[in-house]
Design a protein around this ligand. Structure first.
Ligand SMILES: [Fe+2]
Length: 248
């Protein structure tokens, strides 16, 4: 005989079920994320305290604002790794730290795709983002070209683009073009507004989200992420959905 247990699943007090965070801005001084090594180490510590085991940080690569190169990002990674070895500061025991990038789909990206090796997440995934006013005009073509080069496109925070809120079919269609989706955890709390929150839950409900990410830029984000662990709806998502983060 079977009895249905009345016990609720355990409440997550951390993000440990995700294991890996694959979207953040923790290389000092190269984008709108952390400005100093000290800040970087502080945020790494905060992520470890929240249960993450691996951090793959993703500085912006955006010709107009953050013209970061592969070399600059890799140098930044070395500086952070050195910092983690520092004699006095936080040493990040048990954390794996790596870099990829968040590529803005501009003309520079097309050139990079043509001429260079992109910085990738595991599985040859490339984290991409677009402007808030309109999607890249040649988006479908770019997604196709990325895949012919062996990359797997992963769109950052699809819930934050107003044009996809207005046209849900258009965002659903990106999946048919081989694009994976990464949702920002703080979108679930209303941090970016109620419209973004509603769109985030709609995408989740339809099973379209592959990864959750922090998109952490500064310490307020760390505070909000910690708070989010006591949010009933966030906990339900963490308890009830399997994301691909754990497999990275
Ligand atoms: Fe980001």
């Amino acid at each position: 005989m079977f009895f249905r247990s009345s016990k609720k699943p355990p409440t997550p007090s951390s993000y440990s079920s995700l294991g890996t965070d694959l979207h953040s801005h923790l290389i000092p001084g190269i984008d709108d994320g952390v400005r100093t090594l000290e800040e970087s180490l502080t945020l790494i510590r905060r992520l470890v305290e929240m249960g993450y085991k691996k951090i793959i940080t993703t500085p912006h690569v955006m010709a107009d604002h953050y013209p970061n190169t592969r070399e600059r990002i890799l140098e930044g990674k070395e500086a952070v790794l050195e910092g983690l070895k520092g004699p006095d500061g936080y040493r990040g025991e048990g954390i794996e730290f790596d870099v990829a990038a968040e590529y803005f789909l501009d003309e520079n990206f097309e050139r990079l795709l043509q001429e260079e090796d992109l910085l990738t997440l595991p599985g040859n995934r490339v984290l991409i983002e677009m402007a808030g006013v309109a999607p890249a005009s040649n988006l479908h073509d770019l997604l196709f070209r990325m895949q012919t080069k062996g990359y797997k496109p992963l769109l950052a925070h699809p819930e934050r683009y107003p044009y996809y809120t207005r046209d849900f079919n258009a965002v659903e269609r990106l999946k048919e073009y081989g694009c994976e989706f990464q949702l920002n955890l703080l979108s679930l709390t209303g941090h970016y507004g109620t419209t973004v929150r509603d769109q985030a839950f709609k995408l989740l409900k339809k099973g379209l989200i592959d990864f959750l990410g922090t998109d952490m830029h500064h310490e307020q984000h760390a505070d909000k992420l910690k708070e989010a662990l006591s949010d009933r709806k966030v906990r339900k998502v963490l308890e009830g959905t399997r994301f691909k983060n754990a497999g990275l």
